[in-house]
Design a protein around this ligand. Structure first.
Ligand code: FES
Length: 123
């Protein structure tokens, strides 16, 4: 598990360490976590405000994509949203496939066959 943690930590910025730790820790055999649902096969373009706290859905089950509606508590225990705040208002692309390595932002992973050939999620 330590090697897995290091592998994951190397791929994340400091602001993402908490998210990576949660995913890696619960990925062990003793704490299996559910695979996030592919909520959409595309990112969501959203206008965000400065200073407001947002919660990006990491489990894919929220009905308020790309934001959390609390569904993870019943549908995906072990996964929790990524909370973030912006210093300035801006338009961003938030991940809808829940496979990004740069949560909560889209990193292009949704273009992969793994995501595009999946039966679930919005087209
Ligand atoms: S929508 Fe998930 S990486 Fe683009």
């Amino acid at each position: 598990m330590a090697a897995s943690l290091l592998h994951c930590a190397r791929r994340a910025s400091v602001s993402k360490i908490r998210y990576v730790f949660r995913v890696c820790f619960f990925s062990s055999d003793t704490h299996p976590i559910p695979e996030p649902k592919i909520a959409a096969k595309h990112p969501f373009k959203v206008d965000l405000e400065a200073g407001k706290r947002y919660s990006w859905c990491a489990c894919g089950h929220s009905m308020k994509q790309p934001f959390c509606d609390g569904t993870h508590k019943k549908q995906a225990p072990g996964l929790s949203p990524v909370r973030f705040t912006l210093d300035e208002a801006k338009t961003v692309w938030l991940c809808g496939c829940k496979r990004t390595q740069n949560a909560p932002y889209c990193d292009g992973t949704h273009k992969s066959d793994l995501v595009q050939s999946n039966e679930s999620g919005l087209p």
